[in-house]
Design a protein around this ligand. Structure first.
Ligand code: FAD
Ligand code: NA
Length: 378
């Protein structure tokens, strides 16, 4: 590592964006990742049996309204016209999500105008005052009323946290938006789509530069001593791990994925089906062929992945920050420690303990490059 102008820890979108910008500036960069592949959590691969592209760390949908990010990502890939939509099974019936006028008409079994639906939800939500809610269940009821809470939120939340929603803090839910139109597009950003030839091809193109060296299966903590002192390091691993958990562990939720190839051409007719009921152990089923209806996938086999959610233990992949008041206090301690590391810049999902969509990780990496990295290298 002693020859590089910059070292990046983590070959996810954040790290690769920084590396690509550094290489374009004429400097050399080594990117380390402890995993055997690049791409971080956006990595995907072809299922060997069917050729269907499967996102190994959970389904990834690209969407952004950020013009700079959209121009940037289009340098590395074209996008399909895929528009994400999600459905939910509740008590044996199927509803569109996010909760919208279609969901309400279906659930209440009659035609509702937007104004009638608003009035109905207002009445049902009046049962509990939002300010008085001191647990997740009461907060949710105060926002959307008890019937919708019980149909769509209670079981799903219980499964996400493995905890009764009455024992979860109210802050876990800040908003529960209800759309009073029939629009059931999941994202409302200006641009949306999936990379035409897959995430891994996109990520590899970002890394494909003579001044970028990728070292896989390499853990930062095994090689840090070989970095020339004064070399800037962009660290996108877990911030608590960087400091040996000196201020305690930050809480994360993790996911378990159980994948199956089925001998049918179409299992569920859509890419993501949520399961709101608590007696179904998984939270959702992904059927990956539906992310790319334009591709020539086999007509007699399909790949489905059941997703299970739980709090992360020490050896688990950290996916979503839990972000309790205690976590925020611990994070504050790590921010203070980080400020005392002049050569290390902390970034990305794990390095800042923040859920970041891909477009946010890329935007944040471009900003870090402009404000912190470029000045150090020139
Ligand atoms: P990561 O992709 O996590 O990359 C960090 C890398 O650092 C990892 O590869 C890791 O192996 C490496 N690393 C950590 N520690 C070390 C170490 N000590 N030494 C070497 N390497 C190390 N975004 C969207 O826009 N749309 C979606 O639909 C979407 N779905 C998601 C679903 C799930 C389940 C999750 C968890 C995330 C999802 N995201 C989605 C977010 C997306 O994954 C992130 O925006 C993106 O991964 C952020 O990139 P990153 O580089 O910050 O982190
Ligand atoms: Na949801």
């Amino acid at each position: 590592l002693s020859g590089a102008d910059l070292v990046v820890v983590g070959a996810g979108f954040f790290g690769l964006t920084v590396a690509e910008q550094v290489a374009s500036l004429g400097k050399t960069v080594v990117v380390l990742d402890r995993r055997p592949h690049l791409g971080g959590n956006a990595y995907s691969e072809s299922d060997p049996e069917t050729g269907i592209e499967v996102h190994r760390y959970g389904a990834h949908l690209f969407h952004t309204s950020n013009e700079r990010v959209w121009r940037y990502v289009n340098r590395f890939t074209d996008f399909t016209g895929y528009q994400h939509r999600v459905f939910s099974v509740s008590a044996g019936r199927v509803y569109p999500l996010p909760i919208n006028l279609g969901t309400l008409c279906e659930y209440f079994g009659r035609q509702l105008t937007p104004e009638q639906a608003r009035e109905l939800i207002r009445e049902q939500a009046a049962e509990i005052e939002t300010g008085a809610a001191d647990n997740l269940e009461d907060r949710a009821i105060s926002l959307i009323g008890r019937p919708l809470y019980e149909a769509f939120i209670r079981g799903y939340t219980q499964k996400q946290w493995q905890t009764d929603p009455r024992d979860l803090p109210a802050e876990v839910i800040t908003r529960l938006p209800v759309r009073y139109t029939f629009d059931n597009r999941y994202f409302s950003d200006r641009y949306e789509g999936l990379p035409v030839d897959g995430y891994t091809a996109w990520l590899q193109r970002m890394a494909d530069h003579p001044r970028i060296e990728i070292r896989l299966c390499t853990d930062w903590f095994d090689v840090r001593s070989t970095v020339r002192p004064g070399t800037p390091v962009v660290y996108t691993g877990p911030v608590d791990r960087f400091f040996d958990h000196a201020a305690g562990r930050l809480g994360w939720r993790t996911l378990d994925f159980r994948s199956e190839v089925l001998p049918v051409g179409d299992f569920q007719g859509t890419s993501v089906m949520n399961y709101a009921d608590v007696d179904v152990p998984y939270t959702r089923i992904h059927e990956f062929r539906h992310f790319h209806p334009e591709r020539d996938y086999p007509a007699d086999r399909t790949v489905i992945v059941r997703e299970y959610s739980r709090p992360a233990g020490e050896g688990d992949e950290p996916y979503y920050p839990v972000n309790t008041p205690r976590d925020r206090a611990v994070l504050q301690r790590y921010r203070e420690l980080a400020a005392r590391e002049p050569d290390v810049l902390f970034g990305g999902r794990l390095g800042t303990y923040q859920y970041l969509d891909m477009h946010m990780a890329i935007a944040s990496a471009l900003t870090l490059f402009d404000n912190e990295v470029r000045p150090r290298l020139s």
